[in-house]
Write a new protein. Structure first.
Length: 202
């Protein structure tokens, strides 16, 4: 008799378990399911964060006017004025001329080395992240690099400058005559790593 009662209790328990697991389910999600109720707000919050990041992104640096000093790494630089001479005198009898069909664009500059060691301004070769690169931009599409005037003391390209000293000199760009006449479309840029400062030549 005890065996029959035990068997009956076991069968009853199994039937109740089967009924509980057979409760119907639907393809929809329950509003009480925490994984569902939090998914949409999380996605919305992420989208809001992205939009806020875009709206608060740092604006591009404004273009500098000639005569304005600026810093770039250990360098303090200032593009003072721009000219287009037909030739550049080097002593009493020697001079530099632009290539045939070209003109010079000359930037009068001052450069100060605020670093602790002697350094070369606008070196001919070096690591991109550690060297200053100068370019003359035409309509933000065409770019020209400085022309080095060999044995000319005022040429700042590849000029070595001691710590805490300032050098005054020039950067010379040998460009087509058409570009030399379009000063309103020209910009002078100096880049060090990911940082660029720009002078408007208008």
């Amino acid at each position: 008799m005890k065996k029959q009662a035990l068997l009956l209790l076991t069968c009853t328990a199994l039937l109740m378990t089967g009924c509980a697991s057979a409760s119907p389910t639907t393809g929809g999600s329950s509003a009480s399911d925490p994984s569902v109720s939090s998914a949409a707000p999380a996605a919305t919050a992420a989208a809001a964060d992205d939009a806020a990041a875009e709206s608060t992104a740092a604006p591009e640096a404004a273009e500098l006017k000639l005569g304005k000093k600026t810093s770039l790494g250990d360098w303090k630089i200032c593009a003072k004025k721009i000219s287009s001479p037909k030739k550049i005198k080097n002593g009493n009898y020697r001079y530099f001329e632009p290539s045939k069909g070209n003109s010079f664009i000359v930037a009068d500059m001052s450069v100060r080395n605020n670093g602790k060691d002697e350094a070369e301004f606008l070196p001919i070769a070096g690591l991109k992240d550690t060297m200053v690169i100068a370019k003359l931009l035409y309509k933000d599409e065409y770019n020209y690099t400085p022309t080095q005037l060999l044995a000319y003391d005022k040429d700042l390209a590849a000029k070595k400058i001691e710590p805490l000293k300032t050098k005054n000199g020039i950067l010379v760009f040998d460009v087509p005559k058409k570009i030399a006449k379009a000063k309103k479309d020209l910009k002078l840029t100096f880049t060090l790593g990911e940082t660029t400062v720009t002078y408007s030549l208008k």
